[in-house]
Design a protein around this ligand. Structure first.
Ligand SMILES: Nc1nc2c(ncn2[C@@H]2O[C@H](COP(=O)(O)OP(=O)(O)O)[C@@H](O)[C@H]2O)c(=O)[nH]1
Ligand SMILES: [Mg+2]
Length: 301
């Protein structure tokens, strides 16, 4: 019998830093979402389309579910929780090196609401860092409080289990039509993606409150004679942070710009000129108006 075409939405859900975005990129085979070794890197819903011969899996990467301290974090958690609705399959990602934490329990509470309605597949990620025995203990612990359909050991770093994960998702994917054309792997505008790459460099290069107090907006992209000219603003919450982002003799800003430019040149295969400015937007993480200006808002349901 000929296999019918399947398509559906699959969200990657979990606490911060378990490897959701890394799994998304590894599954798609291209960088769609930014990654860092710090929690709360992802702030928005990030879509990645995996095209298969007989179907399409539309992955929805989400911010980690955590206990929010700022309005920005409330937005992030709400974004993740909303991504549980209208999904065909949910992939619950845990870090099996770390084991079960309070934040995982918070994720489980949110998943309990949908456990009867939607198939949940558990991804025991970072399996390269621990033993399968430990990972299975974690799985059992989770199964005490949550109904899962299946599980898989994964490593976004070595690629272990990713094919397995795709096959398990496939089993639960409904019949459907393609939602996106073959050449589309994400729905993010170029300006958003470039801003994310810049934000990733800030996450990787700065410490403590700095990455969390930073937002990036790409104001202008101009393509001329094979050159891409980008104007972008980095927003921080106070002037002391502006000083840190700029750095001694402008060295930090230069480094952020250089790392972002180098990666963007590789991605777009073009020469890039990146203009960066740093601006203070007082306490932007706490203010509805500022969050909206920076693109962190949800439509009313
Ligand atoms: N060793 C190892 N590290 C991983 C794996 N998956 C993700 N990471 C690392 O974990 C950190 C958080 O990854 P990220 O994808 O940003 O997590 P997210 O917050 O859940 O999206 C990064 O430093 C990744 O390189 C994995 O399977 N094995
Ligand atoms: Mg992420």
């Amino acid at each position: 019998m000929e296999e019918t075409y399947k398509s559906g939405f699959v969200s990657l859900i979990g606490k911060p830093n378990v490897g959701k975005s890394s799994i998304l990129n590894a599954l798609i085979g291209e960088k769609v979402a930014i990654i860092s070794d710090k929690p709360q890197t992802t702030r928005n819903r990030i879509l990645g389309v995996k095209h298969l011969p007989k179907g399409q899996i539309i992955f929805v990467d989400t911010p980690g579910i955590h206990f929010p301290k700022h309005k920005l974090n409330e937005y992030m958690v709400e974004t993740a929780v909303r991504a549980l609705k209208d999904m065909d399959v949910v992939v619950f990602v845990v870090d099996c090196k770390e084991g079960l934490t309070e934040e995982d329990t918070l994720v489980i509470e949110n998943l309990k609401v949908i456990e009867k309605k939607k198939p949940i597949i558990l991804a025991l990620n970072k399996i390269d860092l621990t033993t399968k025995e430990k990972a299975l203990n974690l799985k059992e612990e989770i199964e005490n409080s949550l109904k899962i359909k299946d599980f898989v050991f994964t490593s976004a770093v070595t690629g272990e289990g990713l094919k397995d994960l795709t096959e398990k998702i496939w089993e639960y994917l409904p019949e459907g039509v393609p939602f996106y054309p073959e050449d589309i792997i994400t729905d993010q505008p170029e300006s958003f993606f470039i801003a994310e790459i810049i934000r990733e460099k800030i996450f990787n290069l700065t410490r403590q409150e700095i990455p969390y107090s930073t937002a990036v907006i790409v104001e202008k992209i101009e393509n001329k004679n094979g050159l891409m000219v980008i104007d972008a603003y980095i927003f921080v919450e106070k002037s002391s942070q502006k000083g840190i982002i700029i750095g001694k003799e402008g060295r930090m800003l230069k480094k952020i710009g250089q790392f972002a430019r180098e990666e963007l040149e590789r991605i777009y295969n073009k020469k890039i000129y990146l203009n960066l400015w740093v601006k203070v937007k007082e306490k932007w993480r706490q203010k509805d108006g500022s969050l909206r200006e920076l693109g962190y808002y949800l439509k009313k349901e």
